[in-house]
Design a protein around this ligand. Structure first.
Ligand code: IPE
Ligand code: IPE
Ligand code: MG
Length: 248
């Protein structure tokens, strides 16, 4: 992939590589059902695939990867499925903490953490502590995350600061962004949804205002680095105008 975005002089010709990629990890359940397996088997393979894709993103020079792993709406699922997903997340975070130390990777968890187990919350805190030591590639995992929930929380915190006189003047978009989980992180350039659904499902509603969208029928457990290359290729041919005109 890296070759394709470099020109003959070896310099990056166009900003073809997104700085920040966001992915809705969808299709685990269907992947398993098609194989006659329980849905939870799909979540296991999906979690493993996240590791593969995160490593690939880091290697090709993507700076931020934000993935949607569990939404504020996913609690509606059968208790057994939710339980398995939570166990997988704990196992994954435990392993990730060790990898972060070894590879100097930064990782953040976006979401309302109060509803998670004390064990998971402690792991999240640990990943935050480790992340402060490093620079470079950052993976963000959205856990008990909802775009509307994030905006409401930010609004409440801003209102509190306002009432206490910590902020004054007119609220700007930039200021408001600092109250979101993604404070300090550039907005996603490319949003990928595998799994064949054409919707955003309450993901990064504020941050994706100008993201380029890429949808594919490939289910998340089958989403390989080659599929990511296809998404980046599609992204690199998009004309991002941000409401302006190209050649007036
Ligand atoms: C995404 O896969 C993982 C989570 C939402 C936790 P799904 O579990 O939604 O898989 P499908 O969409 O039912 O196939
Ligand atoms: C979105 O997938 C949430 C995550 C991938 C974590 P869902 O499978 O929950 O979304 P819907 O129900 O198809 O909108
Ligand atoms: Mg789904």
């Amino acid at each position: 992939m890296a070759d394709r975005i470099n020109n003959a002089a070896g310099k990056q010709a166009v900003p073809a590589l997104p700085r920040h990629i966001a992915i809705i990890l969808d299709g685990n359940g269907r992947w398993a059902k098609r194989r006659g397996l329980p849905r939870t088997a799909g979540h296991m393979v999906g979690a493993e695939n996240f590791r593969k894709i995160a490593t690939y993103c880091k290697n090709i020079g993507v700076e931020y990867l934000t993935v949607y792993a569990f939404s504020t709406e996913n609690w509606k699922r059968p208790e057994e499925e939710v339980g398995t997903i939570m166990k997988l997340l704990a196992k994954y975070l435990d392993e990730a903490i060790r990898t972060m130390e070894k590879d100097h990777i930064r990782m953040k968890v976006f979401g309302e953490l109060n509803r998670l187990s004390p064990e998971l919350q402690a792991m999240v805190q640990r990943t935050d502590e480790i992340s402060q030591r490093y620079e470079g590639f950052q993976a963000n995992i959205c856990l008990n995350y909802g775009g509307r929930d994030e905006i409401i929380h930010a609004a409440r915190r801003y209102a509190q600061d306002y009432a206490q006189g910590k902020v004054d003047g007119e609220l700007t978009e930039e200021q408001f962004g600092n109250y979101l989980y993604s404070a300090g992180i550039p907005d996603p350039d490319l949003l990928i949804r595998p799994g064949g659904e054409y919707r955003i499902s309450n993901f990064l509603l504020w941050q994706c205002a100008y993201a380029e969208f890429y949808f594919t029928d490939v289910l998340w457990p089958d989403f390989s680095p080659a599929e990511l290359d296809k998404a980046i290729e599609a992204y690199s041919s998009r004309d991002r105008r941000y409401g302006g005109v190209k050649n007036p």
